[in-house]
Write a protein that binds this ligand. Structure first.
Ligand SMILES: [Zn+2]
Length: 119
């Protein structure tokens, strides 16, 4: 009788330990799922970027100079402007013009103190 009691006690302990193991495995599974999720998100971001890349125009927006998507130097030196779904591309000389125009537009819209009092 005593032996039997002991056996059932051992059984209980084993079940408890097994439950703990299961819990730990669940946690591992959750962690794995989390890492897969973040990986998927990363892949999504990459594919989104690739999408943007494939939408790149094949010429400069300003002077219509041809853009070679396979030319690493061009990719690094040309200016890409993304506005919503629109992707604009500017060659280095035009980039300077665009930058200047943007700066000019900014200067125009920036209110200058005392401007309205002049007249
Ligand atoms: Zn250009």
């Amino acid at each position: 009788m005593k032996k039997l009691k002991n056996k059932s006690y051992m059984e209980k302990r084993r079940k408890k330990a097994w439950a703990k193991t299961l819990k730990r495995k669940d946690k591992q599974k959750a962690a794995l799922k989390k890492s897969i999720d973040s990986k998927n998100k990363l892949n999504e971001a990459i594919s989104q970027r690739m999408n943007q890349f494939s939408r790149l125009p094949d010429k400069c927006n300003l002077c219509s100079k041809g853009f070679d998507r396979t030319n690493r130097e061009m990719i690094n030196s040309w200016k890409v402007v993304v506005q919503g779904t629109d992707v604009s591309l500017y060659c280095p000389p035009c980039e300077k013009i665009v930058d200047f125009k943007i700066a000019e537009a900014k200067a125009e819209t920036t209110p200058v103190d005392g401007e309205e009092d002049g007249q």
